[in-house]
Design a protein around this ligand. Sequence first.
Ligand SMILES: Cc1cc2nc3c(=O)[nH]c(=O)nc-3n(C[C@H](O)[C@H](O)[C@H](O)COP(=O)(O)OP(=O)(O)OC[C@H]3O[C@@H](n4cnc5c(N)ncnc54)[C@H](O)[C@@H]3O)c2cc1C
Length: 466
Amino acid sequence: MSYDLIVIGTGPGGYVCAIRASQLGLRVAVVEKRATFGGTCLNVGCIPSKALLHASELFEEAGHSFAAMGIVVDKPKLDLPALLGFKDKAVDGNTKGVAFLMKKNKIDTYHGTATIAAPGKVEVALADGGAQTLESTAIVIATGSDVARLPGIEIDETRVVSSTGAIALDKVPGKLIVVGAGVIGLELGSVWRRLGAEVTVVEYLDRILPGMDGEVAKSFQRILEKQGIAFKLGAKVTGVDTSGATLKASIEPAAGGAAETLEADVVLVAIGRVAFTEGLGLEALGVEKDKRGRVVTDHYFRTNVPGIFAIGDAIAGPMLAHKAEDEGVALAELLAGQAGHVNYDVIPGVVYTSPEVASVGKTEEELKAAGVDYKVGKFPFLANGRAKANDQTEGFVKILADAATDKVLGAHIIGVEAGEMIHECAVLMEFGGSSEDLARTCHAHPTRSEAVKEAAMAVEKRAIHM
Ligand SMILES: Cc1cc2nc3c(=O)[nH]c(=O)nc-3n(C[C@H](O)[C@H](O)[C@H](O)COP(=O)(O)OP(=O)(O)OC[C@H]3O[C@@H](n4cnc5c(N)ncnc54)[C@H](O)[C@@H]3O)c2cc1C
């Protein structure tokens, strides 16, 4: 079989690249080794974790905040198998949606494991037996990532779990230790805390959410602590004793010192993810990888081997579904002779907890390190009418603008629906907008988004409701 493009992997990078290429008239095939399409994101990542976050948030609200609004319900009871079924339904609907899109766009699909035998040639070990050789002008590596492991700690996905095991626990753990205070650890830690687990997060660094704005991270940590999550920062888990009925995790200060033992029913290892390219045959082809195992590409997603391209978690950059998708679109357009492009300065990041944390662009720490002179405008949800009406006043909006030009360089929000609100800042930044542009844009009342406008007004110290 001969194609213009073969995409290996159908995560958000791969399937989106295939659809865009097909829209542009290329003859496209995808190869996927999982039984279902959609990659990490749809099968064991974004989608199932968000379904669990949604259901567990409502469970907690029903138990805690309904009464204050005059809604009297019996204490909610947890039906965990049904809650996991709700999550599985979300996964099923989404992965089937991708299968439909493959058909709709006339993309040939192969279920099996792909190896690149040579530039222009892909061998597929088919899932139902046999092999198939495919030929193509261009081959895209969109094989994503896998969980990062801690040396000496074996993940069994029942008691010592990665995110994959943590979205499928068949019992609420009495005590859960989360190793790593990144997005995935805090999201899944929040899910199980809401469902009744006692959660302790152990983080090597002296802060949570490395890479996010420091003030936002500090404030968010206080909110999570108030919700009942305990943090051990500047500490590392050096081993987990699984011999008894209760797990015993050894924890040492990162700076050195006496170890302590923490007991737990489940330990979730959430220290990050690593690029996955195993079995593709890249070594034999001489495809260059960096020290972290990521495929090295240029600005046009080209590897050092002509005809072989790479996108998504398998290459450098934030490991986010929408970053992978945008790279998929850009590469398809480049392959079709258009001017595909990704603006890496405007990629939003969201933590889907309650409240949410969302950011786009530079943090204060990054601006300081780069020696950029900047102004800050902040506005708390406590002073926002809609937030007060809904009694959801935690958090604030922070806008960072260039001191000389007023161009918005970064936006950071903690608050309910922050993950939706961040996008007006992203659009503004795509157009090189200023804090004044945002401040002079009429915002509907009463909305939480008015806090974004007020934060932009606060850049020039003219917020109204503060
Ligand atoms: C718990 C969790 C929650 C997350 N939540 C979010 C979120 O809310 N928002 C967000 O933006 N990101 C989130 N992510 C990250 C997101 O899932 C990834 O950034 C995204 O899936 C990367 O897409 P990708 O296309 O590069 O690769 P992947 O989605 O990893 O897909 C790669 C695919 O390639 C296939 N494959 C690999 N090798 C071969 C081979 N040799 N032959 C055939 N097929 C192969 C794999 O089976 C897989 O299906 C989350 C991740 C996790 C684990």
